[in-house]
Design a protein around this ligand. Structure first.
Ligand code: MSP
Length: 628
């Protein structure tokens, strides 16, 4: 909650690494921050919304190298792409921070000095397993089969002298703080995750990198041979952007700070950051709001899989507000969600074009036709009108509670209940008949519907500012958006339109679901078709590398007869792992020549983002056994 008494609100997104361009995951966090910040502004709060870019560290240096640019020109270029993308998505951040900004660098050095002088930073030798992708050391228990659980790559063993932050000292305090403030980290599953982590002794945090290994960073104020570890640098953006320690903004907004992140960076935000703040003598943030991951085709989104979803593509294809609405409606904040364009189209057609779009268009058309666009006085309201009014006003309260709890999908459900109710109310009241029989009832109904739509438009403004403003214009309100604050709409009929109601083109044109090209359609096969496949159990007798190929192996397989099959397994299995392994073979595939070798069949395997996994029978079976 922003806290009614302070009437201020401060929200942040993660600052994004400039090693890639914005994708749907970045867009989601930033649109969430925009929506919540608009909501508080609408509630009359003085709200401040921060986003920005994280520009130091090995990852960024590597990306610049790959792009063939100097690090400076590379970070400038990508940071500009982020900065320019947000306004196109109607994201109205109040400040954009870059960790290469002078004032940020100064603040990092100031906080380091404070913590160092307090005795919470010491020098020591360290040997550890380091993942370049994550920019962090891993303990053995965190590694999965010796590999980084995120990048699935082997970490590098690094031994060096470094500076350490005495994080362990703050473990007890942090546990206590989380216990006493149940909403400090929310939703609860992530609070529990952090508490579970804190059950083990907390290690001190290595916060430096020797300059000879990495020079692209903020030099430590007490040892110029070292630069600051990228996380110690990055987290501080949340206070440096406010002008810590003396800035007015810091004094005003820090006490109500709320961070938004996804689950991938829970540990730095849930553990490092509160301990850093405590050591620096800064009060902890108020809430850490943690959301899940957007998955694509039920798997991870990654450059190597080539399934990056770009926000601008979707927004130009389907409309910005449809995109924003879909993101906030389809993801339950805190849980993972599967992204699909089909789901977006379904939401657009059903919720936006059908429910909301139709409601606005039929009601404004009727007022234009029957009352020349002049909103009629309601006259006496009957029971049904009053019940519609009460349900609408009640939804405002439900919406508020859900928004404050970051339950965006529930806030939207509350609004759509009103929209559904209004459409039904029109259907049963039949204004087109009343126009002929009862002008008084007609006035009451159209007034009620129009007043309720105005409220709906205000509630939707944080999610879909453009459409909400268009609705308000159509309803004859001159001022846009903030002109209709949340508190005022609670008084039914208080704000009156100053212009006639007008007809306007459809708010959300329907989109035809895309027809899939023939080849992609999951065509049904007949049993006969299936039976034409000669599937058999095989046993690999020999696996040999193929000169000149890093991926292919030549396999000699017993399937009741001996076959040679060339398979792309070299990156996934060792020769030893393959020897004598049982597999599933398609034996009647037309032979093909690969690297000069005739491949006489194919092996079945499961393929996902983690690799390729050969199928084999549950129990050892006789080579050549048919599979049915
Ligand atoms: N630079 C650090 C954050 C430092 S904050 C002091 C970083 N950057 S990042 O570019 O990798 O961004 C991570 C964040 O991007 C996630 O926490 C989340 O906000 C967003 N997302 C990235 N991929 C995502 C999904 N697939 N789904 C949802 N959001 C995700 O970590």
């Amino acid at each position: 909650m922003a806290g009614k008494s302070d009437n201020t609100f401060y929200v942040t997104t993660p600052i994004y690494y400039v090693n890639a361009e914005p994708h749907i995951g970045h867009a989601y966090s930033t649109i969430v921050a925009d929506t919540i910040s608009r909501f508080y502004k609408l509630s009359g709060c003085d709200a401040f919304f921060l986003t920005g870019t994280d520009e130091h560290g090995d990852k960024v240096v590597e990306a610049a190298k790959k792009a063939g640019e100097t690090v400076k020109s590379y970070v400038d270029r990508i940071a500009a792409i982020f900065r320019e993308t947000w306004p196109k998505l109607n994201i109205a951040n109040d400040y954009f921070i870059r960790t290469t900004d002078e004032n940020h660098i100064e603040t990092v050095r100031e906080i380091l000095t404070r913590v160092y002088e307090k005795g919470d930073i010491y020098f020591s030798e360290y040997e550890g397993k380091y993942c370049v992708g994550c920019e962090r050391f891993y303990t053995d228990t965190e590694l999965v089969e010796g590999k980084c659980p995120i990048h699935l790559s082997k970490p590098t063993l690094i031994k060096e002298e470094n500076y350490f932050f005495r994080m362990s000292k703050y473990q007890g305090w942090l546990i206590d703080h989380i216990r006493k403030n149940p909403e400090f980290i929310r939703p609860e599953r992530y609070r529990n995750e952090v508490l579970a982590f804190l059950r083990e002794p907390l290690e001190d945090l290595c916060i430096s990198r020797p300059k000879r290994r990495l020079s692209w960073g903020i030099p430590l104020p007490f040892d110029e041979n070292y630069v600051t570890y990228v996380w110690f640098d990055a987290l501080i953006n949340y206070v440096s952007a406010l002008g810590y320690p003396d800035g007015d903004r810091f004094k005003k907004y820090w006490p109500v700070a709320q961070h938004i992140i996804a689950k991938d960076i829970l540990k730095p935000h849930g553990i490092f950051w509160p301990c850093m703040l405590k050591a620096a003598g800064i009060p902890p943030y108020r809430h850490l709001n943690v959301h899940g991951y957007w998955n694509i085709d039920a798997g991870k989104m990654s450059k190597s899989l080539g399934n990056i979803v770009k926000p601008m593509d979707l927004s130009s294809k389907y409309g910005l507000d449809a995109f924003r609405y879909f993101l906030l409606r389809d993801m339950v904040f805190g849980l993972d969600s599967d992204f699909s364009e089909q789901a977006l189209v379904t939401r657009l057609n059903a919720d936006l074009a059908n429910d909301l779009g139709n409601l606005v268009s039929r009601s404004t058309t009727m007022t234009s036709t029957y009352f020349d666009g002049l909103l009629p006085d309601p006259g006496t309201l009957d029971e049904e009108d009053l019940s519609v009014r009460d349900a609408t006003l009640k939804a405002v309260d439900a919406y508020r509670t859900e928004m404050e709890g970051f339950a965006f999908h529930k806030a939207l459900i509350a609004v759509w209940e009103v929209i559904g109710r209004l459409n039904k109310y029109i259907d049963t009241s039949k204004p087109w008949n009343l126009a002929k029989t009862d002008r008084e009832r007609l006035a009451a109904v159209l007034h009620t519907v129009t007043e309720a739509i105005k409220i709906v438009s205000v509630l939707l403004w944080p999610f879909m500012p453009q459409s909400a403003e268009r609705i308000q214009q159509q309803l004859g309100y001159n001022e846009l958006g903030l002109a209709l604050p949340l508190d005022d709409i609670k008084e039914w009929g208080k704000i009156k339109p100053s212009r006639p109601i007008s007809r306007a083109p459809a708010l959300f044109p329907r989109v035809k679901p895309e027809e899939k090209p023939e080849a992609e359609a999951p065509a049904l096969v007949s049993l006969e078709d299936f039976q034409r496949l000669d599937l058999r159990i095989g046993a690999i007798k020999k696996a040999e590398p193929i000169p000149g190929s890093d991926t292919l192996l030549k396999l000699t397989i017993d399937i009741g007869e001996t076959r040679t099959i060339v398979g792309g397994l070299a990156e996934h299995y060792t020769i030893d792992e393959l020897r004598d392994r049982q597999v599933v073979v398609i034996a009647n595939l037309k032979p093909v020549k690969l690297r000069g070798i005739e491949s006489q069949g194919m092996l079945l395997a499961a393929v996902d983002e983690a690799g390729v996994f050969l199928l084999r029978p549950d129990k050892e079976s006789k080579p050549g056994s048919p599979i049915r």
